[in-house]
Write a protein that binds this ligand. Structure first.
Ligand SMILES: [Zn+2]
Length: 204
């Protein structure tokens, strides 16, 4: 399906809403986004879910529409859309929890293996603008598929991409990183974020 331009999809009232939203101060924007976000509502206790673990930073809960039995979600309590916006401490906790939980999925649920899945950005299939790590236990003939068509690569193209990533990553790793708060702020201020937030709100 061809993706329509945002303008074509919105009514006059929705465009007016978008403008009002864009003019709000950052804390009010975040407040509005959180009100529409299922994961923020779960974090605040406004929506019930079946939790496996909770502390001050993260929640581990069963997906209410699981791909397979045992499909588990791990997410930060604070509203962040992207992996890079989450504080290093919380990020570390999310992935180390996934590591521990994967052992239990295999041992307790007798899974044959597991997949970790993250959809970041609407283009990648993210349905809610709140970061979620899916931990999906796998069973023989469970019918799930994460396959894609492998394509023959051009060696020069591969080398070019690797060189670009290497330069950026080495620079990033060598520099003192911007605080995650600054990055989150910059993100919430960008017009793309506003468009995305409204798109998600319309779907909700
Ligand atoms: Zn949220």
């Amino acid at each position: 399906m061809v993706k329509k331009e945002l303008k074509e999809e919105l009514s006059e009232e929705q465009i007016a809403q978008l403008k009002r939203f864009a003019e709000l101060p950052p804390d009010k924007k975040l407040e509005l986004i959180e009100k529409q976000c299922i994961f923020c509502q779960i974090s605040k206790g406004s929506i019930e879910t079946i939790k496996v673990f909770e502390d001050s930073e993260i929640i581990v809960a069963l997906d209410i529409n699981p791909a397979v039995p045992g499909h588990t979600l791990i997410f930060p309590k604070k509203h962040f859309q992207f992996l890079f916006q989450i504080s290093p401490e919380t990020r570390e906790k999310i992935f180390s929890t996934a590591s521990s939980l994967s052992i239990y999925l295999v041992n307790v649920l007798k899974a044959g293996g597991f997949n970790l899945y993250v959809a970041n950005g609407a283009t990648a299939g993210q349905k809610m603008p709140h970061f979620v790590l899916h931990l999906i236990p796998r069973f023989d003939k469970d019918g799930l598929s994460f396959d894609w068509d492998a394509k023959k690569a051009n060696q020069e193209e591969l080398k070019k991409i690797a060189a670009m990533l290497k330069t950026s990553l080495e620079k990033e790793m060598g520099e003192k990183k911007k605080s995650y708060k600054e990055e989150a702020q910059a993100q919430s201020d960008s017009s793309r974020e506003i468009e995305r937030a409204l798109k998600f709100r319309r779907r909700a």
